[in-house]
Design a protein around this ligand. Structure first.
Ligand code: NAD
Ligand code: ZN
Length: 352
């Protein structure tokens, strides 16, 4: 018996730039030929969803918009061209909802760089609703035994930090400074880094985040709200006082993007992942040259990065704290996020 799909559903809808999201009933969308319809059970709340609501980025936004891009659920319908995934499969909808699959970037497994990309919860409706659409080629097939609440944050935060760590080139035994370690991406970055054999130096603010980072395996925690000299503190905490081998910038403020080159070690890499509004990565040319610093950006991950990130999780290597709240509570969660008060991730439970 195919699942019964209602005509109407509950959703959080952003009706104007700046929000707030409005909890209301909207029609259930129908999947196109190459798409699937996923009955979302849980969805993480990423800081990107807040940037989207606030219109922080120079990228045109769909409006009205259903946000969300860390959705985990069950496939309930599929188009006739949707391959590799069946009704009844567990599936995840990610930030990259779809791409052309035929441009040079898609052909070379750089789908996040596709000019025709569709973004869940940004250019197409996302996962803050009961039924969401994803391109079959891009949805993540999830193993049945993986819990849908805990895996939801892997679908953006996990994939992104796993990819960022790979892009950093840091090798087992080396030290990675994770800036914004107490947030959603940061908490997962610490776990992936540990699983990849890296040593973690966590930077964030407040005692709750300190306690969480120490539990997640950070060897050192530096509180950016209290330290008098963050550069000296990072250097003191790294082998030989030389600085971090890699810096993962996940913070939602600009300052660390200007500071990192002072505490990365020579030959080290700085990976920009966080996207604070109107911010610049700035580095002195002299130090960049004579320290041979590698500064780069990293943007989500390709489909295989998604498979690998989920696989780390499925093998029990990734444990990051998350709190569960009902879909209705999204506005409250955005407020806490804006204030920097969330240690780890919030996952929304979608009413069934
Ligand atoms: P979050 O709000 O959960 O975490 C951000 C953390 O940064 C908070 O814990 C905050 O205290 C910390 N922070 C703020 N200023 C800091 C400073 N000066 N030093 C150290 N820490 C500081 O957000 P999140 O969901 O983890 O997302 C983080 C950023 O990553 C957002 O800008 C988001 O849009 C971006 N993002 C990028 C990608 C990508 O592919 N590049 C993917 C997902 C999210
Ligand atoms: Zn995200």
């Amino acid at each position: 018996m195919p699942p019964t799909i209602p005509d109407k559903q509950w959703a959080q809808v952003i009706e104007k730039k700046g929000g707030p999201p409005v909890y209301k009933q909207i029609p259930v969308p129908k999947p196109g030929p190459d798409e699937v319809l996923v009955n979302i059970k849980y969805t993480g709340v990423c800081h990107t969803d807040l940037h989207a609501m606030n219109g922080d980025w120079p990228l045109p936004l769909k409006m009205p918009l259903v946000g969300g891009h860390e959705g985990a659920g069950v496939v309930v319908a599929k188009g006739e061209l949707a391959k590799g995934i069946e009704v009844g499969d567990h599936a995840g909808i990610k930030w990259l909802n779809g791409s052309c699959l035929s441009c040079e970037f898609c052909k070379t497994a750089d789908e996040p760089l596709c000019a025709e990309q569709q973004l869940s919860g940004y250019t197409v409706d996302g996962t803050f609703q009961q039924y969401a659409i994803g391109k079959a080629a891009h949805v993540s097939k999830l193993p049945e035994e993986v819990p849908l609440d805990a895996v939801a944050p892997i679908l953006c935060a996990g994939i992104t930090v796993y990819k960022g760590l790979k892009e950093s080139g840091a090798r087992p035994g080396q030290t990675v400074a994770i800036v914004g370690a107490g947030g959603g991406l940061g908490s997962l970055a610490q776990q992936y880094a540990k699983a990849m054999g890296l040593r973690v130096l966590a930077i964030d603010g407040g005692d709750e985040k300190r306690a969480m980072c120490e539990k997640l395996g950070a060897e050192t925690f530096i509180d950016f709200t209290k330290t008098k000299d963050i550069v000296a503190d990072v250097k003191a905490a790294t082998p030989g006082g030389l600085g971090a081998h890699a810096v993962l910038l996940l913070a939602v403020s600009e300052k660390p993007f200007q500071q990192a080159c002072d505490y990365v070690r020579s030959r080290g890499s700085i990976v920009a992942i966080g996207m604070p509004a109107n911010a610049f990565v700035k580095a002195p040319v002299f130090e960049t040259v004579v320290k041979m610093i590698n500064i780069k950006g990293s943007y989500v991950g390709n489909r295989q990065d998604g498979v690998e990130a989920v696989d780390f999780f499925a093998r029990g290597l990734i444990h990051a704290p998350f709190k569960v709240a009902p879909l209705e509570d999204l506005p409250k969660i955005f407020e806490l996020m804006q204030q920097g008060k969330i240690a780890g991730r919030y996952v929304l439970e979608i009413p069934q």
